[in-house]
Design a protein around this ligand. Structure first.
Ligand code: NAI
Length: 406
């Protein structure tokens, strides 16, 4: 990454973000400070004075009040997958793009799903639990290989598709069900209905997103339709499965076993009490929402997000921003780039071009993208641009922010 040619900016990283992030940002010329924990609203408002780049993880609440008080904030990096902790609208209205790391832990989740499948299909969990109690139960009964078994993937997105490829490599036959039309990878086959998938799969692994309509996607009727002795895995969202219904299906022997990593309510911190209808069942592998928690995933996040932040600061690229019109931009070569962020109302592009024309500026490229609220216009202009143009662009009504990149 080349040095930033913009004035030296300050970045604040909270919550013990992987060290590669600070390294990458400082190598690019930013002055980086770190606080190893989340800050309260008041403390955050104070700390953000003079800060252009903020990096957080899931515990920092970036509220509208904070965003509106943070005069110098230019861009936010969520060094995690979720962005619920951020008021994305407030950021958008202030012209502050937010970037996260949507794919950084995909592989980690997939590997855990595969490991769980092997452990559960082989009956390893039950046998380990028995042995802990001093019982030597050496039997091949109900211990099966994955090879040749049918895996049903519900939700064929980033995780579902990668699981599909690796499960086939282990010799599984893969079917999937998604509410959207999805390209089948390898030899995987789509099911027309969830019902078709449930009735024929030896292992059902759920990888849907957490949209409200997915609450209780799996309840008593769905477990009832599954094959006798099937294995069930949920590494997606807690709300997706009715845990009482799952417990009943396991106790009745309808399902052989299950692995559950996500829960409808999860403790806020280590040491907080945890309760679940699944506690105490020997054939359930419980994990505390660690599907994506690996050193590799953290390291991926530590490089992926800084690159997005720097591409925005240096080139204006908003590709993969979660709250902003997405524009992938070419590098700047011997020119200036004028970034104009405005409310999405008709006529602004014309006003921008009037200003540039009246100052006889040579435009070599222009890019525009809008979403329902914000318009994002990038104009590449010749080296000898007139300083006064920035003020004139700022004065266009409904302008949110103007930046010039060198
Ligand atoms: P994604 O958005 O790429 O894929 C989700 C897929 O599910 C989409 O293709 C969507 O069309 C499909 N879908 C949604 N509702 C459906 C339904 N009712 N029936 C069938 N298909 C449906 O998401 P990604 O990245 O693959 O993540 C999947 C899930 O894994 C998410 O819920 C995410 O929060 C969770 N996750 C859990 C982690 C953990 O630590 N356990 C770590 C990372 C992700």
């Amino acid at each position: 990454m080349a040095e930033l040619h913009t004035p030296r900016r300050r970045a604040l990283l909270l919550e013990r973000i992987h060290p590669t992030a600070a390294k990458r940002l400082s190598e690019a010329g930013l002055e980086v400070s770190e606080v190893p924990r989340a800050l309260s609203e008041e403390a955050l408002i104070k700390e953000l004075q003079g800060i252009s780049v903020l990096g957080i993880r899931s515990k920092t609440q970036l509220t509208r009040r904070v965003v509106e008080a943070a005069e110098d904030l230019t861009v936010v990096g969520a060094f995690c997958i979720g962005t619920n902790q951020i008021d994305l609208h407030a950021c958008m209205e202030r012209g502050v793009p937010v970037f996260n790391a949507p794919y950084a832990n995909t592989r980690s989740v997939v590997e855990l799903a595969l490991g769980q499948m092997i452990i559960l299909m082989r009956g390893v969990l039950e046998k380990s639990n028995l042995l802990h109690r001093g019982r030597w139960y050496k039997s091949s009964g109900r211990a099966r290989e994955l090879r040749g078994k049918r895996l049903g993937i519900v939700g064929y997105g980033n995780i579902g598709t990668q699981l599909s490829i690796l499960a086939e490599a282990l010799g599984m036959e893969v079917v999937y069900y998604d509410i959207e039309e999805k390209l089948a990878l390898g030899n995987a086959k789509p099911c027309r209905t969830l019902d078709e998938l449930l009735r024929t799969s030896d292992v059902v692994s759920v990888h849907v997103d957490g949209r409200p309509g997915n609450r209780d996607l799996f309840g008593a009727p769905e477990f009832e339709r599954m094959k006798e002795g099937a294995v069930f895995i949920n590494l997606s969202r807690g709300i997706v499965v009715n845990l009482e219904a799952l417990r009943d299906a396991l106790e009745e022997g309808k399902l052989k076993s299950a692995a559950v990593d996500v829960f409808p309510t999860e403790p806020g911190a280590d040491g907080d009490a945890f309760d679940s209808p699944l506690l105490g069942l020997d054939n359930v592998l419980l994990t505390p929402h660690i599907g994506g928690s690996t050193e590799e995933a953290q390291e991926n996040i530590g490089t992926f997000v800084p690159d997005k932040l720097l591409n925005y600061l240096e080139w204006g690229s908003t590709s993969l921003a979660v709250n902003f019109p997405n524009l992938q931009l070419p590098e700047l070569r011997g020119e200036h780039r004028v970034v104009h962020i405005h409310e999405n109302v008709p006529g602004i592009l014309a006003r921008i071009n009037q200003v540039l024309a009246s100052r006889e500026m040579n435009v070599s490229g222009q890019y525009l993208k809008t979403n329902e609220k914000v318009g994002y216009v990038i104009t590449d202009v010749g080296r000898d641009y007139n300083e006064g143009v920035v003020q004139e662009l700022e004065e266009i009504p409904r302008t949110i922010r103007v930046r010039v990149l060198y």
